[in-house]
Each structure stands twice: as structure tokens, then as C-alpha cells.
Design a protein around this ligand. Structure first.
Ligand code: WQD
Length: 336
């Protein structure tokens, strides 16, 4: 079974390639290396001993995408990670996000329309929910107006897939809405590689503890939460990766009930920023240097997943807890 993984050298993509190879799939990776490096390919091979086919290719180049699919007519499925994903950056560079996240999706789907078999897994995000009214958040929670161009590209992406599935019988798709992916593979050979100053909480914590950053700024402690800091559903990246293999297998086995299904991927547990810091201090034995500063624009107060649908229908449940994930992130940072 040959599976294409776009963005396969990225954070979640690389962990998913490892899980696919462990299940015996032949993996083809497309990555333009705009937010990754070939070291990640070496990391994958050092874990599984299997070298995926790798094509450095920018999916914004429609002709190159067409040439690629002509060469790989025997693909059984596509897992589409390739996209830009920094919320803050997307506000300053909306057209870069609309071009990179939307055009590439359209070009890949146009090629799938030509294939007999078109199983498609889409990397979506809990961002589509905005600030949901009720917690935990289930898949039928209303989609709120996106708070960033990044979030908008995920909402538009789901709609493009939905509309295409309606008129393309062979296209069967699943969108996976990630909550907050964190952590690294236990082998410490792959993990999160934020380029520049990390936007996300966990890499900033580990870089502060490693002395790369002076101090963590906690963006506000005056929210209506037990300790005043925002709540999120932090989920181990390996749990996320395993869910992709299960979702792909569901489509390959034709077990999906509709041609476009949507699942939340979270632990179902919400953790505040201070709880994440405390979990890090417990597992690392390090005292973290942080200060409370003003709120960050665009942050939602609370977001954690109702995981019932994925648990019951996908038969998937997150195995790692917050401490496991924080320890894996810290071990990864130390070897970096
Ligand atoms: C988590 C919490 C911050 C940094 C984003 C994207 C989402 C998904 C996951 C792609 C918030 C606080 C953070 C810092 C802090 N990515 N924080 N100091 O914003 O929940 O989600 O990443 O799909 O789409 O929106 O993640 O890690 O940036 O923030 O206090 O230096 O940590 O305020 O409460 P977020 P995050």
C-alpha cells in the first residue's frame, strides 16, 4: 500500500510517517523544506530502518503536482499535512497563507479526481471552533468566524473537501481536528523543530529551561478560569500520528459511514498554562523562569475536546498524558 504524506518532514507529518511505516505502508513524502530539513528524514530512517521515497516539491507548483501524480498512479491514499500553520504570522501575511494552504489543497484534490481510489486525510484544527460556548467541544459545535487567516484556511479547506466529495464518488475523506499537539518521539530522533522564536507554549518552555530563551511570558492570568490562565487540550504528537493511521485504514477498509467524516483529536482533558508549567517542573526537576504579562490577542479562554466520537467510532484514544508529553518534549530539547 503506497501512501503519500504531504508535509511529511514536518512535526506531525514525520511522526505519522513513522507510524505508517511501522504498520507496513510504503510511504512517499512530499515536502518543500520551507519549515523542515532533511535531518528529519534521517531521523525517520533511524527509527524505522526504512527509507521513505522523498520528493522535494512545492505543492504551489501545479505542473509539478501533476507530474508527481502521473508518476505515482498507484497511490492508495493521501495524508495532507503540507500547510503554513503559525496563527500570528497568518495575520501579517494573509495572502501567503491563502495561497499556500488553499491552492495546494485544490491542486492535490484535482489529481485525486483522476484516480480510481482516492482516500484523503486532511490535517485540520480545533481553531475552526473559535471560542466554543460549551466545553468539552464536540464535532457538531458551531464553526465560528475564524480569528485568523490560518484558521480560515482550515475552515475553507474542510468546505472545499466537502464540496468535492459530493461530486467525486471515489473521493472518501476524513478531517482530523487537532487540539494542541506537543511532545516528541520516545527515540528522541524526531520532534518539534520550531524555526526562530517559538510561538507555541511548550517549545518556549523547553527552550527557556535549556537557557536558549531568557524567560517565558505567560500571556495573561486574568481569564475566567480556576487559575486565571487559558485552558487547552495538550495531546502527544504520537497519539495524533496513530490516529492518522487508524483513519486511513478506516477509508481503505471502506468502513466510513459518509464520504466526508470529521473527528476531534484531543485527550479530553483541559490544562491551564500554569498547570503545563507545573507538569514540566515535576517531570524535569527544573524550576521554570516565567512572568505573567498581558493577554495575547486572539487567544480563546478555553478549548478542550469531547473525544467520544473518535473513541467510539475510530476506536482511537489518546494514551499519553500531559506529563508523558512534557517529559518527551524536554528529552527532545536536551538532545537538540
Ligand atoms: C497555548 C496557550 C497562550 C506561548 C495554536 C494554534 C492552533 C494549533 C496549536 C495549529 C495559550 C499560552 C503561549 C507563550 C503563553 N496550531 N502561551 N506564552 O494558541 O492554543 O494554538 O497552536 O493547528 O491552531 O492556534 O497554542 O501554544 O500558542 O498557546 O502564555 O509564550 O499558551 O496564551 O493560552 P494555541 P499556543
Amino acid at each position: 500500500m503506497k501512501i503519500l504524506v504531504t508535509g511529511g518532514l514536518g512535526f506531525i507529518g514525520s511522526h505519522t510517517v513513522v507510524e505508517l511505516q511501522k504498520e507496513g505502508y510504503q510511504v512517499v513524502i512530499i515536502d518543500n523544506l520551507s519549515n523542515s530539513s532533511l535531518d528529519v528524514l534521517e531521523g525517520i530512517v533511524s527509527i524505522t530502518g526504512i527509507k521513505p521515497i522523498f520528493e522535494q516539491l512545492d505543492l504551489k507548483d501545479k505542473t509539478k503536482v501533476q507530474t508527481f501524480f502521473k508518476k505515482h498512479q498507484d497511490l492508495q491514499g493521501v495524508i495532507h499535512f503540507a500547510a503554513s500553520k503559525a496563527v500570528g504570522e497568518s495575520v501579517n501575511k494573509p495572502l501567503l497563507y491563502y495561497e499556500n494552504n488553499i491552492n495546494t489543497l485544490v491542486y492535490v484534490l484535482q489529481e485525486l479526481e483522476k484516480l480510481e481510489i482516492a482516500n484523503f486525510i486532511f490535517s485540520s484544527s480545533c481553531t475552526v471552533y473559535g471560542q466554543a460556548d460549551t466545553m468539552p467541544i464536540s464535532e457538531d459545535a458551531p464553526i465560528q468566524k475564524a480569528q485568523s487567516p490560518y484558521g480560515n484556511t482550515k475552515q475553507i479547506g474542510e468546505e472545499i473537501i466537502q464540496d468535492t466529495c459530493k461530486i467525486t464518488p471515489q473521493l472518501q475523506a476524513i478531517a482530523l481536528r487537532y487540539f494542541n499537539p506537543i511532545g516528541a518521539h520516545e527515540s528522541v530522533k524526531i520532534g518539534e523543530l520550531p524555526i526562530g522564536v517559538p510561538q507555541n507554549l511548550v517549545p518556549f518552555i523547553t527552550q527557556t529551561a535549556a537557557g536558549i530563551r531568557e524567560q517565558l511570558s505567560v500571556f495573561g492570568n486574568d481569564y475566567r478560569t480556576p487559575d486565571g490562565t487559558c485552558i487547552r487540550d495538550y495531546i502527544h504528537v504520537v497519539d495524533i500520528a496513530k490516529a492518522h493511521v487508524i483513519a486511513l485504514q478506516r477509508l481503505l477498509d471502506k468502513k466510513n459511514e459518509t464520504d466526508f467524516e470529521i473527528f476531534n483529536l484531543g485527550t479530553g482533558t483541559g490544562s491551564s498554562v500554569l498547570e503545563v508549567i507545573q507538569a514540566f517542573e515535576r517531570v524535569s526537576g527544573e524550576k521554570l523562569n516565567y512572568k505573567i504579562v498581558d493577554r495575547r490577542a486572539g487567544d480563546v479562554v478555553s478549548a478542550y475536546a469531547d473525544t467520544t466520537k473518535a473513541n467510539q467510532i475510530l476506536g482511537w484514544k489518546a494514551k499519553y498524558n500531559l506529563e508523558d508529553a512534557m517529559l518527551s518534549a524536554w528529552k527532545w530539547q536536551q538532545q537538540l
